[in-house]
Design a protein around this ligand. Structure first.
Ligand code: NAD
Ligand code: GLY
Length: 362
């Protein structure tokens, strides 16, 4: 079992561990009870994940709420359902909420834990690659609003994250690729994370492509560890996204516009992100921020992993550009882009000509 510690600034919530390995669900309460004093648990999950892994979390200490599956259900109604259930079963201040599922469940359950009785303990049990490398770590919790993604939420750190890599075996190809999109993101931003360690994730992804795509469990565990270490390093420097943490949104400014315009139904989050990353590489190259070699090798990596890089839909230029303003990275009415500027390095850029912005994607 691999352990990664998420160190947080002293004035903030306590630091917490991420455990990565096989069969961790077999003793999930054994791990959980070392990190919370809670004695009762509300497990938040969806019908798909419940049918696969619900049994493993059943115990006389836990009750379940099983929500419908899908990003379209990441909303205030479902949040209310979780809170209703917590009240019905009289979940108390010292009890805890467990998120069992992907990023949708993790974000919603975490937000419910943050606001129920002004905050109760929260445990992340991520079951998608995306959730294991990204959304379960770092404490961003939220639901979507009709006018924008993740617009209602807060920062609320879990007590422990338990990533059982065996759960990835039941993920379909599309969802696995969706997670790989966020994995590649770390390769493109590695140097900007300021980690003392050099992981050379870009090269790791090139060298172990076949093992990763065939879900070799040891290589996958190493891959998840690298991503979690990079994310933990960024969160340690900037927990509440006052600056550096925005680099984790590489490709996301385009992605959030795509998801919003297609009502979260057509593309998965990761697909929108891979299209967004190609678009930002196009933009950076057209602005001469990056060399031709780096542009080609970066886009090649997206292709090597079979990630979607082109929009199927045709959008009107103004419609698309306006949708980009619903992103949380908009400040002073300017769109802030996390732009590749060198190999594996990014920087925040704004005041970019609208035509160039949309040419990168439409
Ligand atoms: P998801 O939660 O919708 O899960 C994808 C699909 O996989 C769902 O149908 C789910 O039921 C199914 N699934 C989950 N685990 C499975 C398993 N082991 N086997 C088979 N099927 C399984 O999507 P996601 O990609 O995990 O997460 C996307 C969400 O995460 C978005 O809402 C995004 O905004 C959010 N996110 C949050 C952060 C953060 O920092 N909080 C970061 C990135 C993304
Ligand atoms: N996934 C973006 C973040 O955690 O900040």
């Amino acid at each position: 079992m691999i352990k990664v510690e998420v160190e947080l600034p002293a004035q903030s919530a306590k630091s917490y561990p991420i455990f990565i390995g096989q069969n961790l669900l077999d003793d999930v309460y054994g791990i959980i009870q070392k990190h919370t004093n809670a004695r009762r648990f509300l497990v938040v999950t969806n019908d798909t994940v419940y049918s696969l892994y619900g049994e493993k979390l059943k115990s006389d200490m836990s009750e379940f709420i099983i929500l419908p599956d899908g990003e379209i259900y990441k909303n205030m109604d479902m949040l209310n359902r979780i809170l209703d259930k917590a009240l019905e079963i009289q979940l108390e201040r010292n009890d805890a909420i467990i998120a069992l599922g992907g990023g949708v469940i993790g974000d919603m359950a975490g937000f419910a834990a943050a606001i129920y009785q002004r905050g109760i303990d929260f445990i992340q049990v991520p079951t998608t690659l995306l959730a294991q490398v990204d959304s379960s770590v770092g404490g961003k919790v939220a639901v979507n609003h009709a006018l924008g993604k993740n617009m209602i939420g807060c920062f609320y750190q879990p007590k422990v994250v338990i990533a059982d890599t065996l759960t990835l075996n039941t993920l379909d190809e599309r969802q696995f690729k969706t997670g790989l999109s966020e994995v590649l993101k770390y390769a493109y931003i590695e140097k900007s994370c300021n980690d003392k360690e050099v992981y050379n994730l870009f090269e790791f992804l090139k060298d172990y492509k076949d093992e990763i795509l065939s879900k070799d469990s040891e290589i996958l565990a190493d891959l998840i560890e690298i991503c979690c270490r990079l994310k933990a390093c960024v969160v340690n420097q900037d927990e509440k996204e006052k600056g550096l943490r925005a680099i984790l949104n590489f490709g996301h400014t385009y992605a959030h516009a795509i998801e919003n315009l297609t009502h979260y139904e057509k593309y998965t989050h990761g697909e929108a992100v891979s299209i967004g990353m190609k678009a930002i590489f196009n933009l950076a190259y057209s602005l001469d921020y990056i060399s031709e070699d780096y542009y080609i090798s970066s886009v090649q990596l997206l292709d090597d992993y079979g990630l979607i890089t082109e929009l199927i839909d045709k959008f009107d230029v103004d419609e698309f550009y306006n949708a980009m303003f619903s992103d949380k990275k908009v400040a002073d009415k300017k769109i802030n882009f996390i732009m590749p500027i060198k190999e594996k390095e990014v920087a925040k850029k704004n005041n970019i000509d609208k035509n160039l912005v949309v040419q990168g994607i439409l």
